[in-house]
Design a protein around this ligand. Structure first.
Ligand code: Z5A
Length: 213
């Protein structure tokens, strides 16, 4: 029997391998008979992608941390209503590259914004549909930054890529704290070779969402 579809999110610092992991999850879900919608945050709809441009583009005017937080949730509100919930309603599996845990880790742990405010926004914006499973791709900051720099080449850095290692250390710690308290989160060793990461992701999917087809 096919499953009605899952809401699966991928999280981690830059260069963790979320893009690569999304393909593994998509293949796993398709093999279990569900349609797959792959999407990302901030973004995923035309309006949310426009907000992404504002939130990520490094410009002359610095962005206030509170503005950054609200932009992330503005994009998410649009994404949840216009894309994620409709896709789940059709029975598709939604694979989302980043979701609310990124706001908890980057704006909460990284920027030091109020955790209670973030949870209030999350409760309103998520519409009661939290992810079924979150794969946290965890790796040391220096490895993630090196991978991201190698992939970026000579392209310009975005606002987050310009941050220092200490910021990403706080973000990584923030992600691991979420994993400690939220049973839906599985931590994957993303510093391992790609083949080992793939095996760990498939094991997590089988264990948490069922190996049956
Ligand atoms: N942000 C936020 O602050 N608050 C929010 O609420 C949300 C987001 C939703 C954009 O995210 C920024 O928005 C993000 C946080 C903020 N900024 N940061 N940092 P993004 O996801 O678009 O940007 P990103 O995290 O920088 O993406 P990324 O660097 O593309 O990371 P990735 O998708 O995890 O990595 P990848 O492209 O799959 O892999 C990177 C390279 O490493 C690539 O060449 C791979 O081939 C290689 N790779 C991957 N895995 C391996 C292994 N296992 N071994 C060797 N090489 C590997």
């Amino acid at each position: 029997m096919t499953h009605p579809g899952w809401f699966i999110t991928l999280e981690g610092i830059e260069g963790a391998g979320k893009t690569t992991a999304a393909a593994v999850v998509a293949q796993w879900a398709k093999a279990r008979g569900t349609a797959v919608v792959q999407t990302r945050e901030p973004g995923g709809t035309p309006v949310a992608e426009a907000i992404r441009q504002i939130a990520l583009t490094a410009g002359e005017e610095s962005l206030a941390p509170e503005a950054e937080l609200l932009l992330m949730f503005a994009a998410r509100a649009q994404h949840v209503r216009a894309k994620i919930l409709p896709a789940l309603a059709t029975g598709a599996t939604v694979i989302c590259d980043r979701f609310t845990d990124s706001s908890r880790a980057y704006q909460g742990a990284g920027r030091g914004l109020d955790a209670a405010l973030i949870e209030t926004l999350a409760a309103n914006v998520e519409q009661g549909r939290a992810p079924d499973l979150t794969l946290l791709l965890d790796l040391p900051v220096e490895i993630g930054s090196a991978r991201a720099a190698a992939r970026r080449g000579s392209a310009a850095q975005d606002r987050f890529e310009q941050e220092r290692a200490a910021f990403f250390e706080r973000v990584r710690t923030g992600f691991l704290a979420i994993a400690d308290r939220e049973p839906r989160v599985v931590v994957i060793d993303a510093a391992a070779p790609l083949a080992a990461v793939q095996v760990a992701i498939e094991a997590a999917l089988n264990q948490r969402l069922g190996a049956g087809g």
